[in-house]
Ligand binder design. Sequence first.
Ligand SMILES: Cc1cc2nc3c(=O)[nH]c(=O)nc-3n(C[C@H](O)[C@H](O)[C@H](O)COP(=O)(O)OP(=O)(O)OC[C@H]3O[C@@H](n4cnc5c(N)ncnc54)[C@H](O)[C@@H]3O)c2cc1C
Length: 192
Amino acid sequence: MTFGGEPSERPVVTRLNPPPPRRTRLSEQAGLREVMARFATGITVLTAGGEHGHGMTANAFSSVSLEPPMVLCCVSRAARMHAAIEAAGSFAVSILATDQRELARYFADWRRPAGLAQFDPVDWEPGPRTGAPLLGGSLAWLECELSRSYEAGDHSIFLGEVVSSSCGVAQDALVFYGGGYYHFDKQARATA
Ligand SMILES: Cc1cc2nc3c(=O)[nH]c(=O)nc-3n(C[C@H](O)[C@H](O)[C@H](O)COP(=O)(O)OP(=O)(O)OC[C@H]3O[C@@H](n4cnc5c(N)ncnc54)[C@H](O)[C@@H]3O)c2cc1C
């Protein structure tokens, strides 16, 4: 692995089993997808409330700051969710549990109905602070006021100040890795 900077400044990283030479360049989209697929994440459903009510499966989600409490999510500018968050000025995050794989699929499928009708087959309730749908049975929920947004390539980064948060009774996370859904197995906890 090589890094920029003067030779004396470069960290030395030794890999025990060097991979075979790659033809794909990191800057190529397929290469970036392949690399990011090796980063295991949880899965969320982002929602916006009000007349532009909408939901979307997302794993580009991260904690940003504890004081003040802030999170971010990255949303494609081609997605209906993008306009929904901008119109609402707020969003909510439902962190999915192991048994919510079908919800992840549903909210990633463009054929679902528009508006609040898309929540008809789903157990949900409006968030007390934003009115954005919170999905029943999730691991945890956050409600955020949209603080700032940044254009970033074909996505926008939405920075949200957390105004409400709570945890559910479910304990086991739904995990996305290598393009597939996995159950999080607490029994398989790494001990080494
Ligand atoms: C595990 C997982 C994680 C994801 N994480 C993210 C994330 O972090 N951020 C993110 O932005 N997306 C993410 N997605 C993708 C996102 O969930 C889907 O694209 C979802 O459908 C977007 O919902 P939407 O209603 O907001 O946008 P949609 O209206 O569904 O549009 C999404 C895309 O579908 C296309 N589309 C719309 N209508 C049609 C049509 N009739 N025919 C063909 N194509 C059409 C649009 O052009 C657009 O490119 C993720 C998906 C999965 C499965």
